[in-house]
Design a protein around this ligand. Structure first.
Ligand code: GDP
Length: 333
């Protein structure tokens, strides 16, 4: 194990774009240890004035839709154009299995060896809240290190998409050619988060099918959003494999961001995200402390049994837990 760095050494290394220091700084923000957390917070305060400059894009889609192929290709096009690209991942399943699939370097063969790119797998410890915190803080590190594009990948399941949407400027939804009834299969909640939609694998025999699906989805979205919407997500076709259409996808993401800059929405969005993040941390830390509280632990099995067996109401049970924790019970509790 290398010598422990102090805050000034971390700060200097990150600002200089030193990859080894950057990797260690990310490990530091991912750590749950309280002395690491304290050091990480001091580092982040130092770096905050140099952060915020990147284009932050979330990318989602079901497993197999082609996310890693797409990101490898798009990221390479961007570094060729002179950008520095960071790829992060939010994979809540990694916290259960201890193995992270998303953002795995082997899935992005070219970017993994590209000196202008930095690929980081999903943190593997903690809850979704913990993974989200580490990822948000890693965005600060990457921006301070001079990465001007941050891509945050997530799987198309459940809460993780909402979490990622809360840390990026624009959200890209990758899907496959579906028409008619199959369209119903796309979760409405995901469509509402999407700023740009791309029907992927539009190559070879699938190209026509993909274009038809994109037209249909585009029509459905115009109905969903209505004529007065400030932004209706454009639906494009692309192929991560051949690279076709990726420039258009990127142009639309840039257009979305430009519109937000011009209307002041980007500043408001980022402000809202910071406030929301603050409250998420309050919730997480309060719940962690409550769950670890000896007086709470002593009664919790008992309280849960009472509620399960219908001998107490959830309101009364919550009151008992909060009282044990030393907090006021809710009204009626
Ligand atoms: P992920 O699970 O969303 O990251 O998907 P992958 O990028 O690992 O791709 C899943 C499979 O689809 C792999 O076998 C890829 O080779 C294939 N694939 C990915 N992108 C494309 C594409 O644009 N066109 C075609 N035809 N196949 C693709």
């Amino acid at each position: 194990m290398a010598r422990v760095l102090d805050v000034a050494e971390y700060t200097r290394g990150v600002l200089a774009g030193d990859r080894a220091v950057l990797a260690r700084a990310i490990t530091l923000v991912e750590s749950q240890r309280s002395d690491h957390r304290e050091l990480a917070q001091r580092l982040l305060v130092d770096l905050l004035p140099r952060a915020g400059g990147a284009v932050r894009v979330g990318i989602t889609g079901v497993p197999g839709v082609g996310k890693s192929t797409f990101i490898d290709q798009l990221g390479t096009q961007l570094t060729t154009a002179g950008h520095r690209v960071a790829v992060l991942a939010v994979d809540p399943s990694s916290t259960r299995t201890g193995g992270s699939i998303l953002g795995d370097k082997t899935r992005m063969a070219r970017l993994a060896v590209d000196p202008a790119a930095f690929v980081r797998p999903s943190p593997t410890s903690g809850t979704l809240g913990g993974v989200a915190r580490a990822t948000r803080e890693t965005i600060v590190l990457m921006e301070a290190a001079g990465y001007d594009v941050v891509l945050v990948e997530t799987v198309g399941v459940g809460q993780s998409e909402v979490t990622v949407a809360e840390m990026v400027d624009s959200f890209l939804f990758l899907t496959l050619a579906r028409t008619g009834d199959q369209l119903q299969g796309i979760k409405k909640g995901v469509l509402e988060l999407a700023d740009v939609i791309a029907v992927n694998k539009a190559d070879g025999d699938h190209e026509r099918e993909a274009r038809a699906a994109a037209r249909e989805l585009s029509g459905a979205l115009r109905m969903l959003y209505g004529p007065d919407a400030a932004w209706t997500p454009p639906v494009l076709t692309c192929s991560g494999l051949t690279g076709a259409g990726l420039d258009t996808v990127w142009q639309q993401l840039e257009r979305h961001r430009r519109q937000q800059v011009e209307t002041g929405e980007l500043e408001r969005r980022r402000g809202r995200q910071q406030v929301e993040w603050t409250w998420a941390m309050v919730r997480d830390q309060l719940l962690d402390r409550l769950a670890a509280d000896p007086a709470v632990r002593e009664i919790v099995d008992d309280v849960e049994r009472e509620v399960r067996e219908g001998r107490s109401t959830p309101t009364l049970a919550a009151g008992r837990i909060l009282r044990a924790f030393g907090a006021e019970p809710p009204r009626g509790g």
